[in-house]
Design a protein around this ligand. Structure first.
Ligand SMILES: *[C@@H]1O[C@H](CO)[C@@H](O)[C@H](O)[C@H]1NC(C)=O
Ligand SMILES: *[C@@H]1O[C@H](CO)[C@@H](O)[C@H](O)[C@H]1NC(C)=O
Ligand SMILES: *[C@@H]1O[C@H](CO)[C@@H](O)[C@H](O)[C@H]1NC(C)=O
Ligand SMILES: *[C@@H]1O[C@H](CO)[C@@H](O)[C@H](O)[C@H]1NC(C)=O
Ligand SMILES: *[C@@H]1O[C@H](CO)[C@@H](O)[C@H](O)[C@H]1NC(C)=O
Ligand SMILES: *[C@@H]1O[C@H](CO)[C@@H](O)[C@H](O)[C@H]1NC(C)=O
Length: 563
């Protein structure tokens, strides 16, 4: 059932209701409706489960700690649905059917938008504009710290996406003269630095001659009551620089898809596609990374060392085990790799690269994969290149050990760029959380790399490998607001699923408009803070949002930049 959209879902749910009534399963009906719509019954068992969430700035990726396996009692509520066997819930594989075929033409369309954007707004053209044009030009600032790679990279990418939507140039912020992760990542020279903007502002006499003071208008996405992401027309903002803060995942900038101003929505649709057509959305973040970032020379040296002059890997297996070797997770990942191989069956002996935080896991899974494929991995202890000598003295911090295992920090960057060389598939498995921001970005970049400029498409796929244990309570323990499966984690996700190997969206959805998407009660509450009334099925009340925005105080927060 492709391109279902919310209308289709309402129809299908109606069908279920009518069907149930016809067959006289009235008792069951009441039970299932109460279960499916958490708002209809605030006392439903779903509400009583205590969700915990990690803070994006805990230093790691977007992993949520403290979520332990569900107890038997907690997962009981779902048994009815699976036993019933009706389609009032879906497995992850069923949810992933929408993503089995990718609309590569849409990604190529976005690639062209991005190309035109940087041709027009890139630093090489804009810095040479005549003073009065330059002084009237607009910019978007992307600023990241050096916390978790996935979250921080999304800050830069969100700024880049916003710069496209607003037709402004991109600035990448530096700290003490260094780009974020500057030792490991090189950035496109089509972005400005703040230092250059200040210099050009003085040089062109923007303040004195044109009366344009260099100020930044800020908006913090992590302050739901204050942000103007849904209520303001950002294209009409006059301030020279805009900084959208707190955009630590794929979700924040996609909030513009529901902005009340048609002009903002249309800019968002151009870039991200319609939120209800889940299967045909472009690989926006992958396309942005493809032009904005590349490995530093030292990191590239390490990547090439692993490849040993051979071809790029065919498949990446990303396994985040958090020091835990689970036989079941390994079994699930192995069968998912086999599925990926069937999809790229023109390769006789594929090369599989394994990326993991747990050296012992790599050791134990390698013999099994070796039967099917050539196994590659970055064994940092053996690498003698420039980066290993330069970084030797930097010891891994404790909080990172918890998140990433004992490997030094820079290894994650080598792994990232190595993994994103995969030509055919990225498989993400885990002991606990599968679709983290790090895995998402690896897959997105690999997909963009696999798509040739003038090609009609690519065979690339992104797969999520779930062992059954992780799905005892459906997807609701794959929590985390920026997790790629979060928008599917609500009551429409079946409990007690078997191992799953599911096609996964390259562009994580930010809304719940698709057929099988449903929110967690916690997300309904969170959206309420943004002024959005989200139903248990994930539809939103537009009229209510409109009136929320009308009554909202439109505060303008700016920061002056001394020249
Ligand atoms: C991509 O292909 C689909 C299906 O053929 C079509 O509906 C869509 O309009 C195409 N998009 C572009 C940008 O050509
Ligand atoms: C984008 O800005 C340029 C000037 O920098 C202008 O010529 C162009 O029409 C704008 N495009 C859109 C779609 O607003
Ligand atoms: C490791 O995983 C197994 C099986 O999933 C689980 O029973 C065990 O508690 C886990 N151990 C740790 C330390 O997380
Ligand atoms: C991996 O291979 C070993 C040795 O052949 C075997 O005992 C084990 O069951 C295999 N593991 C999986 C998950 O298939
Ligand atoms: C490693 O560092 C040395 C000395 O700075 C330099 O000459 C060499 O080119 C570097 N190697 C690579 C692959 O960048
Ligand atoms: C793709 O096609 C365009 C024109 O259609 C051409 O200018 C460009 O060189 C081609 N690129 C590649 C990589 O073949």
């Amino acid at each position: 059932m492709k391109h279902g959209g919310s209308r289709r879902r309402r129809v299908s749910i109606l069908t279920i209701l009518v069907g149930c009534a016809v067959f006289g399963a009235l008792g069951l009906l009441i039970l299932s409706v109460r279960e499916v719509d958490p708002q209809a019954n605030p006392d439903s068992p779903l509400k009583q489960i205590h969700y915990q969430e990690s803070d994006a700035n805990s230093g790691g990726d977007d992993d949520g700690y403290g979520i332990e396996e569900t107890t038997e009692a907690e997962s009981e509520s779902g048994d009815e649905k699976t036993k019933k066997g009706s389609n009032s819930c879906a497995t992850v594989e069923q949810m992933g059917e929408d993503f089995e075929t990718t609309f590569w033409n849409e990604s190529l369309r976005v690639r062209e938008i991005i190309r035109q954007h940087f041709a027009l707004n890139g630093a090489s053209r804009v810095r040479d504009l005549p003073p009065e044009q330059f002084c009237l030009h607009g910019f978007v600032l992307g600023k990241a710290s050096e916390a978790g790679l996935g979250n921080e990279m999304y800050k830069i990418l969100s700024a880049a996406a916003l710069s496209v939507m607003l037709n402004r140039s991109l600035i990448i912020g530096q700290t003490r003269g260094k780009f974020p992760f500057g030792d490991y990542i090189s950035y496109s020279n089509q972005a400005f630095t703040m230092k250059e903007i200040k210099h050009l502002w003085r040089h062109n006499k923007c303040e004195k001659k044109y009366g344009r003071n260099l100020i930044i208008r800020t908006d913090d996405f992590e302050k739901p009551m204050k942000t103007n992401v849904l209520c303001s027309n950002w294209r009409a903002w006059k301030q020279p620089i805009i900084w959208f803060q707190g955009t630590t995942d794929a979700v924040a900038v996609q909030f513009f898809l529901k902005n009340v101003h048609p002009e903002m929505r249309s800019a968002a649709f151009d870039l991200f596609g319609q939120p209800e057509l889940l299967g045909s959305r472009p690989n926006v973040f992958g396309e942005l990374m493809r032009v904005l970032i590349s490995p530093s020379k030292d990191v590239e040296e390490a990547v090439n060392w692993v490849l040993g002059g051979g071809a790029d890997p065919d498949i990446t297996l990303h396994m985040r085990m958090l020091m835990n070797r689970s036989v079941r997770a390994v079994q699930a990942a192995l069968s998912c790799i086999k599925k990926a191989m069937q999809n790229s069956n023109d390769v006789s002996k594929p090369r599989v690269v394994i990326v993991s935080d747990t050296p012992s896991l790599v050791k134990s899974i390698t013999p099994n994969i070796s039967k099917l494929a050539e196994v590659l991995r970055f064994d940092y202890g053996l690498f003698q290149g420039n980066i290993s000598t330069a970084m030797k003295e930097l010891k891994s911090q404790d909080f990172r050990v918890k998140d990433w295992g004992p490997a030094p920090r820079w290894v994650a960057f080598v792994d990232f760029f190595l993994a994103s060389r995969a030509k055919h598939a990225v498989v993400s498995g885990a002991h606990r959380r599968v679709g983290t921001t790090y895995a998402q970005l690896i897959a997105a970049l690999a997909a963009a790399r696999s798509l040739g400029d003038n090609s009609s498409g690519s065979s690339f796929s992104f797969l999520s490998s779930f062992q059954s244990n992780l799905l005892r309570g459906g997807l609701r323990f794959q929590v985390g607001w920026g997790h790629v499966w979060n928008r599917f984690a609500g009551p429409l996700s079946c409990h007690n699923q078997h191992n799953q190997c599911a096609f996964t969206p390259l562009l994580p959805p930010a809304w719940w408009d698709g057929l099988w998407q449903s929110p967690l009660p916690r997300d309904v509450n969170r959206l309420e803070l943004y002024g959005v009334q989200l139903s248990g099925f994930g539809t939103i009340d537009k009229i209510q949002l409109q009136s929320y925005c009308t009554s909202k105080k439109n505060a303008v927060k700016t920061i002056p930049i001394p020249l």
